[in-house]
Design a protein around this ligand. Structure first.
Ligand code: CUA
Length: 340
């Protein structure tokens, strides 16, 4: 569907053709009306030209029928674009539940990537064909933007926040990765590649690059070395901080009566600025970890807290990670996840 049209990038994800179809429709509508208006214009210029120097045109009062028509038709056309675009937008920005999660940290001027199985990459992202992949992204400095034209997918990567994007590759190959947000002097050099591999090849690649700790295990070590455990036992040991097991993705009751969802952003904020949203029943005793943990380490802590979620007894789930295995005790009786 691509190469015969100049300037159209490769189409290599399940979303590509949907975005292209809308784009071609938009181009079609534009070309149609450009031609229609130009032709009618030229026709009228010739047909109603002044024929004698003293000719005075007949006054025209206007036509309600015509005006209604040329208001309603463009409105309907605009609404098709809106509805179609909104549909694709919501699909693009609602990551599926069963996606592989990969962490991305942008910094001037490189992409640091870590797979949930521990492998790290810089300016390269290896992914398997035909599987849904979700990126959880943040930045150490300026705003960047993770853009893979072949997947028709881009999202800002913002300091102090986690943003996500997802895709499912449909064609093996190597595709461009760009930073699509001006982020300083070497912005144009902040490029890389996304390598889509057959699932078997990908598994080989993963095992060939083993040796790194998974983010969840690294997070667990941090959690111990930073002393979190003395207040925040995964199952409420310590008692001075809220229980962490099963926390991720759940609604959490705050001191001020509000309820927030314990998502990536909330957990990050609670580490960096613990006083911002206090959990009901707990005092403002936690010190801030601002400046003590890097974005990479925050991602690891987050992965660890998420792994405690997976550890909840749930029939027929995926095999639990090593970090999760240490916390298999049932955390709470509340029926577990699927909140997110
Ligand atoms: Cu990073 Cu532009």
């Amino acid at each position: 569907m691509q190469s015969w049209i100049p300037f159209i990038p490769d189409a290599a994800s399940t979303l590509s053709w949907k975005v292209d179809a809308l784009y071609f429709y938009l181009c079609g509508v534009t070309i149609f009306f450009t031609l229609l208006i130009s032709i009618v214009l030229v026709f009228f210029v010739i047909r109603y030209r002044r024929r004698t120097p003293y000719e005075i045109p007949r006054p025209i009062a206007g036509s309600h029928r015509l005006e209604t028509l040329w208001t309603i038709i463009p409105f309907l056309i605009a609404m098709t674009l809106f509805a179609w675009g909104a549909r694709i937008y919501f699909e693009e920005y609602s990551p599926p539940q069963n996606a592989i999660e990969i962490y991305v940290v942008g910094k001037q001027w490189m992409w640091k990537i870590q797979h949930s199985t521990g492998q790290r990459e810089i300016n390269e992202l290896h992914i398997p064909l035909g599987r849904k992949v979700k990126l959880i992204m943040t930045s150490e400095d300026a705003i960047h933007d993770f853009f893979v034209p072949a997947f028709r997918m881009k999202a800002d990567v913002v300091p102090g926040r986690y943003t996500t994007e997802w895709f499912e590759a449909t064609k093996p190959g190597t595709y461009h990765l760009f930073c699509a947000e001006y982020c300083g002097m070497n912005h144009s050099g902040m490029i890389g590649s996304v390598i889509v591999m057959e699932p078997r090849e990908f598994d080989n690649w993963l095992s060939g690059n083993a040796g790194n700790q998974t983010p969840a295990v690294a997070g667990q070590q941090l959690y111990q070395s930073l002393g979190c455990v003395s207040c925040h036992g995964p199952n409420g040991e310590g008692g001075r901080g809220p229980t962490l097991a099963g926390l991720f993705g759940r609604p959490t009751q705050l001191n001020n009566g509000q309820t927030v969802k314990a998502d990536e952003a909330y957990i990050r904020e609670s580490i960096i600025n613990p006083q911002a949203k206090l959990v009901a029943g707990f005092g403002p005793i936690m010190p801030t970890f601002q400046g003590q943990v890097s974005e990479d380490q925050l991602v690891q802590l987050l992965a660890f807290i998420k792994s405690l979620q997976i550890a909840n007894p749930q029939p027929a789930t995926m095999a639990s990670s090593p970090a999760a295995a240490t916390n298999t005790a049932p955390a709470k009786t509340t029926p577990a996840p699927n909140v997110k």
